[in-house]
Structure formats: structure tokens, C-alpha cells
Design a binder for this molecule. Structure first.
Ligand code: ZN
Length: 279
């Protein structure tokens, strides 16, 4: 059903209209997570034809942006991102991957991938950070527990990818920051920068709020920790007037379906979703 809806929206002319009017003079930031190499080939092949892919660093440095500028970002640091290197090189794409510093380089797992019949991920997200962690421990998950298979990129993979990829920060363990105490939030924001710089030899200047959840406290923490920007999942497009600690971003759901990609990358989908939820 949604597939048909994406097709209708794609051929409605709206994505074209958004691209040629709104996106022409603004910078669009897309969010991926764990897209596979075959889907990436299709998706990046399309995006490079319709947009001008630029690096997050160039945008932060306020360099002149081409028309229809597009920034590609990946959240979490999933191990599957390693398989994208050939596609990234083929299209010469300057991408940014936001890493959870406490999970990359280990066999620890992302808490939100742990499924238990007693509790859902969305229920856990509602709890205070401490209660979320206690509840997870009760159902057999600990954020420091090492599993057999890694879910995140290894240190070697990060080292190997460093030249082709801009690695940035996404907390230590991916909590919902607004549910954290002041100390917990500070630790997640500060320590993740320190670990990525000292243990992984990266230059950290950008931060992605986990699940896009943030408030004034979080933007202030980022400034205090020395970041230059923070990316959200708030709907919209960016210019040099946009608050750099509240950069807007569109989720494209790791899709390989071009109808869906076109509708989502143009902002049409998030625009209608926002309108529906506002009313
Ligand atoms: Zn994330």
C-alpha cells in the first residue's frame, strides 16, 4: 500500500517541485543507518545525478554551497557500513558516519536491537535512562555485555575507512539524551568525543543526537564539549542561518525502492507527515 503511495507521490511532480524550488538554495541532510551495498549502489547512483553531494565539513566551514547541495550521513556505526566503501569510492562520496564510541571497536550491541517479549523499544525510550538500563538488565541485556558477533565497526575497519569517511560522534551507548540526568548526559556527550579522539585518532567536530532527541540542555552540552554542530531529525532544510546545533535532517529509511527514496530525499514525505501530525 505504501509502495503505491510512494509511486503516486513520485510521479505527482511534488519531489521535482521541492527539489527545484526549496532544495535548490538549501542544504539537505539525509540520514541512513545500515543500508546494504546493492541498495546503496542504486540510491547513491540516483542521488548523485539529482543533487550535488557535499561534505558536512565544508558546510560547517561555511564554504560556498552548490545548488541542491546534499550531505549524506549514517548513524550508529553499523558493521555493515564497511561494505559500502567500494560504492563510496566509486561515486567519490564524502559521507559522515556518527559512531557510538562505547560500542564501536567492541562486540557490544546496540540496546535498541535487543528484542524481548516483555518490553518494546518504544516503551523503553519513555523511561528515565536509569530505569531503561535496569529494565534491560532484568531481561538479559547489559550495554557493556560482549556478544559473539559484533554489530558495530571494529577499530581496524574504522582505521581503514578513515581516509574515505568522516567519522563523528553519536554518544557512548545511544541513550535518549533528554531522559538522562545532567551527569549522564554530560558524560555521554563529552566522553564520546574524548574516546573517539584519543583511542581512534579521529578529529571530532560534529554530533548526531540519538533518535534525534534533544533539548536546550543538549545543545548547550555540545557547545561546552567543543563540537561545531549537532544534527537532529527535525524536518527541514538548512542554510547558513540555521542554528548549527539544530541542523535539520531527513530520514530515508535505508530503502532500495527508488520511489520511496525520491519522495523521502526531496522532503515531500516528511513534510506531509509533519502536516498530518500537526493537525
Ligand atoms: Zn542512532
Amino acid at each position: 500500500m505504501t509502495k503505491i503511495l510512494f509511486k503516486i507521490l513520485r510521479y505527482s511532480g511534488l519531489p521535482f517541485l521541492f527539489r527545484e524550488t526549496i532544495q535548490r538554495r538549501r542544504v539537505t541532510i539525509l540520514m541512513f543507518h545500515d543500508i546494504g551495498p546493492a541498495a546503496a549502489e542504486r540510491v547513491f547512483g540516483y542521488l548523485t545525478k539529482k543533487y550535488n553531494v557535499v561534505s558536512l565539513d565544508d558546510f560547517i566551514a561555511r564554504k560556498p554551497m552548490p545548488q541542491k547541495a546534499l550531505i549524506l550521513t549514517f548513524d550508529d556505526g553499523h558493521v555493515g557500513n564497511y561494505d559500502l566503501v567500494p560504492v563510496l569510492k566509486k561515486y567519490n562520496l564524502p559521507v559522515t558516519i556518527f559512531l557510538c564510541a562505547g560500542i564501536v571497536g567492541t562486540r557490544r550491541h546496540y540496546w535498541f536491537t535487543y528484542k524481548h517479549p516483555a518490553i518494546t523499544t518504544s516503551e523503553l525510550k519513555q523511561k528515565s535512562n536509569a530505569l531503561r538500563l535496569t529494565t534491560l538488565r532484568e531481561v538479559g541485556f547489559d550495554e557493556e555485555k560482549e556478544f559473539d558477533e559484533p554489530q558495530a565497526l571494529s577499530k581496524c575497519q574504522i582505521d581503514e575507512m578513515k581516509n574515505a569517511v568522516n567519522f563523528q560522534a553519536h554518544t557512548m551507548f545511544h541513550p535518549c539524551l533528554p531522559t538522562c540526568t545532567n551527569e549522564e548526559a554530560k558524560e555521554e556527550v563529552f566522553q564520546c568525543k574524548t574516546v573517539l579522539e584519543n583511542d581512534f585518532g579521529l578529529r571530532i567536530n560534529a554530533f548526531a543526537y540519538p533518535n534525534g532527541d534533544y533539548g536546550d540542555r543538549e545543545t548547550e552540552l555540545l557547545k561546552a564539549a567543543g563540537y561545531d554542530c549537532g544534527v537532529t531529525v527535525d524536518f527541514g532544510f538548512n542554510t547558513y542561518s540555521t542554528d548549527p546545533f539544530r541542523l535539520k535532517r531527513l530520514s530515508v529509511n535505508d530503502t532500495s525502492n527508488l520511489d520511496e527514496l525520491i519522495v523521502k530525499a526531496s522532503g515531500v514525505w516528511a513534510f506531509f507527515k509533519m502536516k498530518i501530525f500537526q493537525n
